[in-house]
Write a protein that binds this ligand. Structure first.
Ligand code: WQD
Length: 340
């Protein structure tokens, strides 16, 4: 059976990808240091998919730890999620981000090479693109590297590392997946985004306001050059995103070199539109106030997903209503602690 290692596989995107991989008939191994997730996610993946992944609580940057995994399983490919991912924290603690995100990748690549594993799918981000001009939808040929924060720069640097490794070793395959804005949760309500402490991102904030955990949502700026003055993003359901990884893996098994793909819907939604969609989908009120702009925010960030659609044969099909309903169901399950 084809075996896939997911580094950071108990995280938000990783856990949903594990479910889709098992459904597609793959054997899944998870390596995670649990710095931003919990071990019981492994049991919930098993509960959903009927199959329990092998799990290793390790630091992916530690090569001896990694060798334990590669010597216990024949790993056919790796999906590399492990990394710190808070934009604001990366601005406060850049060294922590460069050390962790780059070390984990370099150690992983060296151990992969030692064990003859030549396929990697990398969890990259739309943050590697600069500022969109005139509401241009980003495509994979657009300039990257002009990032607004250390987190984004680690993603861009890792993209360059993987591209160079693929150039140097013609048998090696790197697939770089640039996520736009992942939201939502598996329909079971058993896995979802579990932000430690106060959330950064819009949807976890909305669901915590809806649940009464937080009093009110702050809309960071309503004076942007957009139809309703609030920022526009390409929100993509996390299950669609996970399925994009399965499609990318199938592509990686029959191609070498470095492939780059946007994973987005191609549709833009403003902050106010998301709030109203959530209220309508769930029959709830979300109290909010207009606040100051948040440093680093860009007015418009939407994908041109046509390359992934055409070459990977993958297309996001869940809409904003699915995202709002599934996010709310997850928040309610979280609240009843039944799944901690
Ligand atoms: C979306 C919009 C905010 C919270 C970040 C990372 C990106 C990716 C996704 C990892 C913005 C507004 C938010 C709130 C608000 N992560 N907002 N009130 O900033 O587009 O992207 O997360 O890969 O790399 O940069 O997502 O959800 O934080 O913000 O008004 O309480 O919602 O200003 O316009 P963002 P976000």
């Amino acid at each position: 059976m084809t075996t896939i290692l997911l580094t950071g596989g108990t995280g938000y995107i990783g856990s949903h990808t594990a479910v889709e991989l098992i459904a597609a008939g793959y054997e899944v191994v998870i390596a995670d240091d649990l710095s931003n997730s919990s071990k019981n996610v492994v049991d919930r993946i098993a509960q959903i998919s009927g199959k329990k992944p092998s799990f290793y609580e390790i630091d992916v940057a530690d090569k001896d730890d990694l060798r334990k995994v590669f010597s216990s399983h024949h790993i056919d490919a790796v999906i590399h999620f492990a990394g710190f991912k808070s934009v604001s924290e990366s601005v406060r603690e850049p060294l922590k981000y460069y050390r962790n995100n780059l070390d984990a990748t370099l150690s992983l690549l060296e151990v992969m090479k030692a064990y003859g594993c030549e396929k990697i799918i990398f969890s990259s981000s739309a943050t590697v693109y600069g500022v969109s001009v005139d509401s241009h939808k980003f495509n994979e040929e657009d300039e990257t590297g002009n990032c607004s924060n250390p987190y984004g720069r680690t993603k861009s640097m890792i993209e360059d590392i993987l591209s160079d490794v693929s150039k140097a070793d013609e048998g090696f395959t790197s697939i770089l997946l640039r996520y736009f804005n992942p939201v939502g949760a598996h329909e079971s309500g058993l896995i979802g985004e579990e932000p430690n402490g106060i959330p950064n991102n819009l949807m976890p904030f909305i669901t915590q306001v809806a649940a009464g955990i937080l009093p009110k949502l702050k809309v960071f700026g309503s004076d942007y050059d957009t139809p309703d003055g609030t920022c526009i993003r390409d929100y993509i359901h996390v299950v669609d995103l996970a399925r994009g990884h399965v499609a990318a893996l199938e592509y990686a098994f029959v191609h070498t070199g470095c492939g780059i793909f946007n994973l987005g819907t191609g549709k833009g939604t403003s902050v106010l539109e998301m709030i109203h969609a959530f209220e309508e989908a769930n029959g709830l009120r979300i109290p909010y106030e207009i606040a100051e702009r948040r440093a680093g925010d860009v007015p418009f960030c939407v994908a041109d997903p046509s390359k992934a659609n055409d070459i990977l044969g993958w297309k996001a099909d869940k809409d904003i209503v699915d995202m709002c309903r599934d996010s709310w169901r997850w928040q309610q399950n979280c609240r009843n602690e039944s799944i901690k």
